[in-house]
Design a protein around this ligand. Sequence first.
Ligand SMILES: [Zn+2]
Length: 103
Amino acid sequence: MNRSKKPEYQTRLARERIDILLSVAEKEFRKHIERSRRYVELAQKIALRYNVRLIENEKRSFCKKCNTLLKPGVTSQTRLDKDTKTVNVTCLNCKKIYRYPYK
Ligand SMILES: [Zn+2]
């Protein structure tokens, strides 16, 4: 038995909590951005602790550096870089740039 392996129900519970936290973060985003960041941070902590992988969409929906939800035109800027064939998403809060390849 692998000691680091968590029971299945625990993973499921963690997954549920992450979903809730991310949706609350989304709700609080407009009025309380600091609170929203806190929820994103908590969701990430749960994912880490319970070894739950965030889906691609979730991973890209917030800034890993400052936990701000990335909203195009509000908190993020999206640019296509034709030379590197990447989508460059800049977090307008901390200026971190994320690059995702496109085809
Ligand atoms: Zn950021």
